[in-house]
Ligand binder design. Structure first.
Ligand SMILES: Cc1cc2nc3c(=O)[nH]c(=O)nc-3n(C[C@H](O)[C@H](O)[C@H](O)COP(=O)(O)OP(=O)(O)OC[C@H]3O[C@@H](n4cnc5c(N)ncnc54)[C@H](O)[C@@H]3O)c2cc1C
Length: 397
């Protein structure tokens, strides 16, 4: 990198640091203790505090809820290097992400690549400002790993599609404002008969039914479509070629899920274990757990480096498209390991399910929730199949 570029980046770093220090409320500098601390925003959202609202509004105003998106769509137009600096400076100060959003993590990149200009203008700005919350209607009762078997039908009725069918495991469908959805528009062909639609969850005929998870929470739903009229303007990309959009979006979903592993910092696990199990000779008293936490730390640091490298390869258009499966697989496993260690460090107290001390069993519930990491966004077995075929080029058995 040229010296002038390095200087520019250094001044970007100091400006960013000063801005974050001035604008990130103290309350937003504490780590997430449970899923409830995330800000999903959207029409139905009730802000948990004024600080949560201020933080979202300030970051959105600056384009930093989607730092690398173009400015005209509400992004920050940062280069990859600048976005990395922003992440580093946020981490240094302990800033929470201002917005958790399937719109930013999944739909936005797909609209930037496949959407029409009208669709980008209609949807991207409300996404970056947290005005509209999205959910993902991919899985069906008989179409999970074999997603292309999906049966939800969209019939062409002239100026609109008539959608009938059922989705399942739709995360936060009952809290979302809009859905991006895979539908069958041609029954003659499996993969080339699928289209990608977006529509408002308030459209007549859309209903949701929450499903309770092992954690006792209900983060997802069955979603039903009963004669739902979707305007033709909701078709993203080309009719019957939605599979291309779906696959592209999935690579972003897998990267997002893989990033859970980046969060597998052993520091918090170590501190928690020391508090609970005590210190002997300046180190954690339990040698077995100490060694497991050290291994997690080394693996998490290596994974972070692998994520950075993957980002650089993607930018240079040299990344194998299946790389997202590597990141998803490993990130999910790391995050699950982190929660296993937190539970081990917490002893029987960590199993507390109700009560103020445990914030109603926040850790036990998060531990159980982490089990879903190796299922959502494509199971670990499916990721291993993809890696075997597309990266290792192993023959079909
Ligand atoms: C927490 C969570 C959130 C989710 N959120 C959403 C969402 O928002 N939107 C959405 O559309 N979906 C969502 N899903 C659904 C998720 O994408 C599916 O559960 C997943 O793709 C697996 O599909 P399935 O449940 O039908 O399992 P199946 O496909 O029936 O698989 C069952 C088992 O068989 C194995 N298996 C299947 N095929 C193969 C094969 N070829 N080789 C080896 N093993 C195989 C699988 O690995 C798995 O262990 C979510 C799931 C979870 C757990």
């Amino acid at each position: 990198m040229a010296a002038a570029d390095t200087m520019t980046l250094e001044s970007f770093r100091s400006e960013t640091r000063a801005w974050l220090e001035a604008n990130c409320p103290q309350e937003m500098r504490r780590p997430f203790l449970s899923e409830e601390d995330a800000c999903w925003a959207g029409r139905k959202w009730v802000f948990r505090s004024q600080a949560q609202r201020d933080w979202l509004e300030r970051m959105a105003e600056r384009g930093w809820t989607a730092p690398e998106w173009p400015q005209e769509y509400g992004g920050g137009a940062l280069s990859r290097e600048q976005a990395k600096i922003l992440r580093q400076e946020m981490a240094r100060l302990g800033c929470r992400p201002p917005l958790s959003s399937f719109g930013i993590w999944m739909l936005g990149p797909a609209l930037l690549k496949y959407g029409s200009e009208e669709q980008r203008r209609e949807h991207l700005l409300p996404i970056t400002h947290g005005e509209i919350r999205w959910c993902q209607g991919y899985s069906e009762p008989n179409a999970g790993s074999d997603l292309a078997s999906l049966q939800t039908r969209a019939e062409d009725r002239g100026d609109h599609f008539l959608v009938n069918g059922q989705k399942i495991w739709t995360s936060y469908a009952d809290e979302a404002d809009w859905i991006f959805c895979l539908v069958r528009t041609d029954v003659a062909s499996k993969h080339t008969g699928i289209s990608f639609l977006v529509f408002d969850m308030q459209t007549p005929g859309v209903s949701t039914k929450p499903i309770t998870l092992i954690s006792g929470k209900s983060p997802f739903c069955e979603t039903f479509f009963d004669n739902v009229r979707v305007p033709k303007s909701g078709l993203v990309g080309v009719l019957n070629q939605g599979w291309d959009v779906a696959k592209y979006l999935l690579t972003h979903e897998r990267e997002m899920l893989g990033a859970l592993g980046e969060d597998a910092s052993a520091q918090r696990v170590g501190q928690f274990a020391c508090r609970n199990l005590g210190i002997g000779n300046g180190v954690l008293a339990d040698p077995l757990l100490r060694s497991q936490i050290a291994t997690l730390d080394v693996d998490a640091i290596s994974f972070k480096a692998a994520m950075e490298r993957a980002g650089d390869l993607t930018k240079a258009r040299q990344a194998n498209p299946a790389l997202s499966s590597v990141l998803k697989y490993y990130g999910a496993e790391l995050n699950k390991r982190r929660y296993e260690l937190l539970m081990a460090a917490g002893g029987s107290d960590a199993l507390e399910w109700h009560g103020e001390r445990s914030r109603d069993g926040a850790m036990a519930r998060a531990w159980l929730r982490s089990k879903g990491n190796s299922i959502e966004g494509g199971t670990s077995e499916i990721q291993l199949n993809i890696i075997a075929k597309r990266i290792l080029a192993l023959p079909n058995s």
